[in-house]
Design a protein around this ligand. Structure first.
Ligand code: ASP
Length: 291
């Protein structure tokens, strides 16, 4: 039957103009569409790619169309896919003018070199036939001009399919106003990681996620025998001890979803509980978040 969890970033500091129910409505729709493909026998790789592609297309979220601008007024996007079965990480860093950075990250998983950056990554995308696409929206330009953007925003997904395959995917426009060329955590193994036991996608302050190697840390803990909830709890506690600001979504090999948040972070997520209830960050019901 499979299992899926998605996120739309760490919302509190996202866009000051967006209302919570807009995020939650979009997340629920996107969740349902990606889950439908999984339930109809689709594989975990296709499900995370579909979810992230839909999130990239939705201008509410800071990834793909609607990405935030860096301090020089340019948009540079990063994305990664982690194949927990094949143990293959692939990603793109600071790519420009394409519609779906996640598709480029996915294309890199089957060639010799799995991570490409900057202008060369964009050139590579063109050679593969990715057309020019301007991800700039009026809203983000307005935020940039008024310096209104918050500090975070990213999208991600983790999925388990009927064959027990786990995949994680993440895509981001970065923090907004960052130094041009800054590298986000999203296209590193700190922001996106998966094994045969777990899949993790992070959001929050990229530098701090890298400092703690958050996604890889959670995955290795699970691989070494910790239940996912404990692995997330320990990692969140380590983040809190350092006053770090991050959140994550994860799945274990039984398809149990988990969300973790350090103090002051709120992950915009949607998932289905083990009891079959569709939940999200606004209506979590019985779903328990590790804090
Ligand atoms: N982690 C992303 C970055 O630092 C931003 C975010 O998730 O909010 O680029």
């Amino acid at each position: 039957m499979g299992s899926l969890i998605i996120h739309g970033g760490a919302g509190r500091l996202e866009s000051l103009r967006t209302r919570e129910r807009d995020w939650s409505g979009s997340l629920s729709e996107i969740y349902s569409e990606a889950e439908f493909s999984l339930k109809r026998g689709g594989d975990a790789r296709s499900a995370v790619l579909l979810a992230v592609r839909l999130l990239e297309s939705d201008p509410l979220f800071n990834a793909g169309t609607g990405s935030k601008l860096q301090s020089d007024g340019e948009i540079r996007m990063s994305a990664a896919l982690m194949d927990g079965v094949g143990t293959i990480f692939s990603g793109v860093i600071n790519v420009r003018h394409i519609e779906h950075p996640i598709d480029l990250a996915a294309a890199l998983s089957s060639v010799d070199h799995h991570v490409l950056a900057a202008a060369e990554a964009t050139d590579y995308a063109r050679r593969l036939g990715f057309p020019f696409h301007d991800p700039l929206t009026e809203e983000r330009l307005g935020e940039y001009r008024q310096r209104l953007a918050g500090a975070e925003g990213t999208v991600g997904a983790a999925a388990l399919d009927d064959q027990g395959r786990l995949f994680a995917a993440t895509s981001t426009g970065g923090t907004g106003f960052e130094t041009p060329g800054r590298v986000s955590d999203s296209a590193t193994v700190a922001g996106t990681y998966a094994t045969a036991q777990t899949a993790v996608s992070c959001t929050g302050r990229g530098e701090e996620i890298v400092n703690l190697a958050v996604a890889a840390r959670v995955a290795v803990r699970v691989q070494d025998g910790a239940p996912l909830r404990d692995a997330v709890a320990r990692t969140v506690a380590e983040g809190n001890a350092l006053s770090f600001h991050f959140g994550l979504i994860a799945l274990d090999r039984q398809g149990r979803p988990q969300v973790g948040e350090t103090a002051g972070t709120r992950v915009l997520f949607a998932t289905r509980t083990e009891a079959g209830e569709l939940v999200n960050f606004m209506e979590p019901g019985e779903f328990s978040i590790v804090r």
